[in-house]
Design a protein around this ligand. Structure first.
Ligand code: ADP
Length: 243
């Protein structure tokens, strides 16, 4: 099981397992995370990373195993725990024919946010999308859509933030904005799990790292002052089964 540190326990997955027919996507995985931790998961395509995040977010039911967030087991028939989780994935969870602002307004009302107008304005400013607030989502570029999804994921100030490939499709300027936003999430109150192929950004940000292969964490640890370039060859050894 990947380590447990001293802060409040935010996320606990036990024996988390998901099959798609004969394919085992996530293989009886245990994971505990405390407040303030930032876990970056790296691994090859097909390692089960997206499936893992979907189950941690409550969007996908595991074949077996359980997920608890802030001590409350995710009950897939109920939605009360959703206010604790912010998820960014390739799905985006945005309505194409609504404007960015309308989308955020819709989600903000679902979460019962009181100062919604100000909150939306501040989130859009933070991701550099204020000028496109009134654009329909279908008219945005991929990178802009990604920024809007990030604003949506963080709108309700969740305890647990789950990010599936947040750098995908971002231009260098947008990647810098994302990097700043992620740094701000390391405020000690938040717990973050990020899946990324961007080794440099992912590793420098992380307090913990896991290499996922074949549905399992084949290696867990931290950079401990090592350079991310040095980690790269270690990563390839783990993925190719040479360690
Ligand atoms: P990753 O995010 O690491 O690329 P995924 O979680 O997307 O991995 O996929 C893990 C495995 O599960 C892969 O073998 C993939 O083909 C399979 N898989 C994912 N989604 C489905 C699905 N909806 N139906 C069948 N197989 C799936």
């Amino acid at each position: 099981m990947i380590g447990v540190s001293s802060g409040r326990l935010v996320l606990e997955a036990k024996g988390l397992h998901r099959d798609y027919g004969s394919v085992v996507a996530v293989d009886a995985l245990d994971l505990s995370m405390s407040e303030g931790e930032f876990l970056t998961i790296v691994g090859p395509n097909g390692a089960g990373k997206s499936t893992l995040l979907s189950m941690l977010s409550g969007a996908m039911r595991p074949t077996t195993g359980s997920v608890s967030v802030c001590g409350e087991e995710l009950d897939f028939a109920r939605h009360e725990w959703r206010h604790r989780i912010g998820m960014l994935s390739h799905k985006g969870f945005l309505y194409d024919r609504m404007t960015v602002e309308e989308n955020l307004n819709f989600y903000g009302k679902l979460f019962g946010i009181a100062d919604l107008k100000d909150r939306i304005a501040s989130r859009l400013r933070r991701v550099g999308l204020s000028e496109r607030a009134r654009s329909e989502v279908r008219k945005l570029s991929h990178g802009m859509r990604q920024r809007a999804s990030l604003a949506r994921a963080l709108l309700h100030d969740p305890d647990l933030v789950l990010l599936d490939e947040p750098y995908s499709g971002l231009d260098p300027a947008a990647a810098l904005v994302l990097r700043d936003v992620l740094e701000e999430l390391k405020d000690g109150r938040r717990t973050v799990v990020m899946v990324t192929h961007n080794l440099r950004e992912g590793l420098e940000m992380a307090t913990r790292i896991a290499i996922q292969v074949g549905g399992r964490f084949e290696w867990e640890g931290s950079l401990k002052g090592a350079r991310w370039e040095d980690f790269e060859s270690h990563y390839h050894c783990v993925v190719e089964g040479r360690v």
